[in-house]
Design a protein around this ligand. Structure first.
Ligand code: F0G
Length: 484
């Protein structure tokens, strides 16, 4: 018998569905009403008003039967829970860090890390900012400086590792501030604000050497490090025969510690952790975790949450899982690309990002084009997405004016193991319909602005009524949406 191994084979999810959660399609009238009540901010919609929820991949994954079974084994002792030790050993086995402190989610770990390492006046370089990471650095008295490669700021640049750090920018930073003002370099896997873009191991090795030379710590934001490992396997020469588990270990081995939001890679609805190699940092973090999260063996989590996360680590690191996860993102991205929709390329690991500048060239950045596009997409079909542009970037703490990021994006974030390919088809059709209607999508004014992380709760109103043709499933309706 001969087997032709070159024959094309599609990928399919390495699971079948055992339990379902019904979702409901709303009418266009209901969606217009809901968006006006939510003040053109998709964070302020009720989940029941949403058809396909691509707001975030955070805490929205479907757990497996193995994880659900683990919930029944929760040891809810205040101190020394069995599940903590299971988590600690899973982290040590797959990430390689000897000291782990659980936290309620990623930002709990970021808070503690920032408080123990940053002194007022310090500078923390990173490969593009993340919203919660930067605010904790600033609240601790530090300032964030972006050292990502320039390619990351260009949506159509095809560099395979747009998450890489620019070593020249890093050297310049040390020249300007001195290594003693830089407590650590923060390196994020699959850089969220750049479009889910990975770094390469070659680049991380160079950053490690730089840190060793200058005596600076290297801290990983491991939130999507497994997805980053998948891209290294796919794109970096010399890694296609390695498993994602091996690559993950190699990434972590180059770093001194990590912050982690388990709500992404690790397939849980809540949870995170902070890790170190050095016992001194661990001890200082233990002192603070009891103040902000809980005892160092539960850190704000129930025993059952730690069990689900320990089991999630084992499942999420599997190559077959990562292939299907990234494959689904790529399926949606390719579809949009073939329809001529401007998206960020190469496609990232957790989301497809629409380039709102190119999508809505008639809007200026301070008319909040990505925010307006996210609102229009919801009105068209009930698909919920998120702005990642000028609103998310916030105001400069010194000057008080808007920060104007080069990237003005709408993120279509795909929860893990939740939606099917048919859902992705519906999303693509709705984005295409918004593209046809793009001239009817108008700019927004901000009518309420919180001081910190404003994108979560800000209010907006359209400067002129939106005019969308063919809204709704039957595509026969014309809507003019504006506040009366
Ligand atoms: N780091 C990265 C790279 C993240 O994407 C997030 C959260 C955090 C840290 C903070 O973790 O939410 O558990 O406190 N990102 C979510 C998102 C909110 O939608 O991208 P958390």
């Amino acid at each position: 018998m001969t087997v032709n191994s070159k024959r094309k084979r599609s990928w399919a999810e390495p699971f079948k569905i055992k339990m379902v959660e019904p979702i409901k399609m709303t009418t266009a009238e209901e969606r217009v009403e809901a968006m006006e009540t939510a003040r053109y901010n998709t964070f302020l919609l009720k989940s029941a008003e949403v058809y396909i929820d691509l707001l975030t991949d955070s805490g929205t994954s479907a757990m497996s039967d193995y994880q659900w079974a683990g919930l029944m084994l929760g040891d809810e002792a205040y101190a020394g829970s069995e599940n903590f030790f299971r988590l600690e050993s899973a982290v040590e086995k797959f990430y390689g860090y000897p000291y782990t402190i659980p936290t309620h989610q990623g930002r709990g770990a970021e808070n503690i890390l920032s408080k123990i390492l940053i002194k007022p006046g310090d500078v923390v370089p990173g490969n593009m900012y993340f919203t919660t990471t930067r605010i904790h650095q600033e609240l601790a008295g530090g300032a964030f400086e972006d050292v990502i490669i320039e390619e990351a700021h260009k949506p159509d640049n095809l560099h395979p590792f747009k998450g890489n750090i620019d070593l020249d920018k890093l050297a310049d930073l040390v020249d300007r501030h001195g290594a003693e003002r830089i407590p650590y370099i923060s390196v994020e896997a699959c850089v969220n604000m750049a479009g889910g873009q990975p770094f390469s191991l070659a680049n991380l090795k160079e950053v490690r050497a730089f840190c060793d030379k200058h005596g600076i710590l290297l801290i990983l934001d491991a939130t999507r490090a497994m997805e980053n490992a998948w891209f290294i396997k796919e794109r970096e020469p010399g890694y296609d025969d390695k498993s994602c588990a091996e690559i993950l270990k190699e990434i972590c081995d180059l770093t001194d510690g990590c912050t982690m939001s388990g709500k992404k890679d690790l397939l849980v609805n809540i949870g995170g952790f902070l890790c170190f190699r050095d016992i001194e940092y661990y001890r200082r973090a233990c002192e603070l975790v009891v103040v902000y999260e809980g005892l160092h063996t539960y850190g704000g989590l129930a025993g059952r949450d730690m069990e689900a996360m320990a089991r999630g680590i084992e499942e999420a690191v599997e190559d077959e899982h990562l292939k299907a996860r990234v494959g689904q993102v790529s399926y949606l991205g390719q579809k949009l690309k073939h329809s001529g929709i401007p998206i960020v390329e190469p496609l990232g690991g957790h989301a497809v990002y629409l380039d709102a500048r190119k999508f809505l060239p008639h809007l200026k950045q301070d008319e909040f084009p990505a925010q307006a596009l996210a609102a229009a997409l919801y009105i068209d079909s009930g698909v919920r997405s998120m702005e990642r542009g000028i609103v998310s970037a916030g105001r400069d703490k010194k000057t008080g004016s808007h920060r104007y990021p080069k990237l003005e994006l709408v993120r279509l974030t795909i929860p893990r193991r939740v939606y099917t390919q048919a859902h992705m088809d519906v999303v693509a059709e709705s984005v295409e319909s918004c593209y046809e209607n793009r001239e009817g999508i108008k700019g927004l004014r901000m009518t309420y602005e919180p001081d910190n992380l404003r994108f979560f709760q800000a209010h907006f109103e359209p400067s002129a009524p939106f005019v969308l043709e063919g809204v709704g499933l039957d595509r026969s309706k014309r809507y003019s949406a504006s506040r009366k």
